[in-house]
Ligand binder design. Structure first.
Ligand code: PLP
Length: 398
């Protein structure tokens, strides 16, 4: 099947580049090849473009332009936020609070800190994947220096109570980081209203290029008073104001800014359109496939995320059969689909191992059409039926 006919429903793993972003990217590669630290005309042209991009990216979250720091990915932003804050504040305390359903970029950064003497609380979540703000408050000690809770989950789409978390963090004078890689550009985020101190995002989840990310750091841009609570993880030149050395990827960042502009323009329409497609898929799966159920919260969820468990069969077999029909979805997190272990997120919301294995994640995006959704909904039930006939786990229904 050629790519243009393929029904791609795995937008949470990554997105295709929007042609308008690609156009910006191609132009920027030619125009902004200079090193943004160089004093000459070509370098300064790149530096000017970088200022403009910073402004655009900041505006999407109502942040200050100088509080945006560009990185290579969401993973790098998460690591910089968590390890950078932990190392800088270790004299103040060694306790960090996070959740049990974070992306590996946060989870493994915390695991690393644990090995070097930090204490990490992994908060449990309820059956929808929500953390309990009361439990968060109870786990705070006088050694707590950071709370890192994701904005929205990459597997089940659940949106966390970010406003309440921000308030608790502020009241207790603790820094609040959120991994917003899945939420950024898809739902409104205001770092001031939500009292977020650090926020990670990634370009390739919003139709931008791979290899470009950003970390928002409140007040870091203020040279006199701000940003004294984080230290770099890499050492080299003075790029990104000494926080993140290495020659800045100005063309990639230009493309990221274009992707942000488009996300801002199209967000409210897309929320409405995708929510309706999402709910059509959820309802159809639950109605037409016996012994299936939705994972994640029914309403507090990303507009583009569907995660369902289809009992008695393996998610992987469904993924492969759907691929054969020209449909791309995933089971659990794409980042860990090479592992046979059940998803830690699905286990954390209380699924049995067997049901976690039978999960299907369908994520929609800008280029998803109703026709594609209908095609998927037509192909899925017979695949399930066929696999259940073969499955030793299946009760004999026929
Ligand atoms: N955080 C979340 C919630 C994600 O979904 C991902 C990617 O899937 C990341 C972090 C890592 O982002 P990147 O691929 O840009 O490193």
């Amino acid at each position: 099947m050629n790519d243009s006919r393929y029904v791609y429903l795995d937008y949470a793993a990554t997105t295709p580049m929007d042609p308008r972003v690609l156009e910006t990217y191609q132009k920027a590669i030619k125009e902004y090849y200079g090193n943004s630290s160089s004093l000459h005309t070509i370098g300064q042209k790149a530096a000017k473009s970088l200022v403009e991009s910073r402004k655009i990216v900041a505006s999407l979250i109502n942040g200050e332009r100088n509080d945006i720091f560009f990185t290579s990915s969401g993973t790098e932003s998460d690591n910089l936020a968590i390890i950078g804050v932990a190392l800088k504040n270790k004299k103040r305390g060694n306790h960090i609070i996070t959740s049990s359903i974070e992306h590996h970029a946060v989870e493994k950064a915390c695991e690393y800190l644990k090995k070097i003497g930090f204490r990490i609380t992994f908060l449990p979540v309820d059956k929808y994947g929500l953390i309990d703000p009361k439990k968060l408050e109870e786990s705070i000690t006088d050694k707590t220096i950071l709370i890192s809770i994701m904005f929205a989950n990459n597997e089940i789409g659940t949106i966390e109570p970010i406003k309440e978390i921000g308030t608790i963090a502020k009241e207790n004078n603790i820094l609040f980081h959120t991994d917003a890689v899945q939420a950024f550009g898809k739902i409104p985020i205001d770092v001031n209203k939500l009292q977020i101190d650090l926020l990670s995002a990634s370009a390739h989840k919003i139709y931008g290029p791979k290899g470009v990310g950003m970390l928002y750091i409140r007040n870091k841009g203020n040279r006199e008073s701000g940003g004294k609570f984080i230290q770099p993880l890499m050492y080299g030149g003075g790029h990104e104001r000494d926080l993140r050395p290495s020659t800045v990827n100005v063309p990639g960042i230009s493309a990221f800014a274009k992707a942000v502009e488009l996300a801002q323009e199209e967000m409210s329409n897309e929320i409405e359109r995708l929510t309706s497609l999402r709910d059509k898929i959820i309802n159809s799966i639950i109605e037409n496939i016996e012994d299936s159920f939705l994972n994640g919260h029914p309403t507090k969820r990303l507009p583009n995320n569907i995660n369902a468990s289809i009992e008695y069969i393996e998610g992987e077999s469904m993924v492969l059969d759907l691929d054969f029909e020209g449909i791309g979805v995933s089971t659990g997190s794409a980042c860990s689909s090479k592992s046979l272990d059940p998803s830690h997120v699905l286990l954390a919301i209380g699924l049995k191992t067997q049901d976690a294995h039978g999960s299907l994640r369908i994520t929609l995006g800008r280029f998803t059409t109703e026709q594609q959704v209908d095609y998927f909904l037509q192909k899925l039930p017979p695949i399930v039926q066929r696999l259940r006939k073969l499955s030793p786990l299946s009760r004999n229904k026929s």
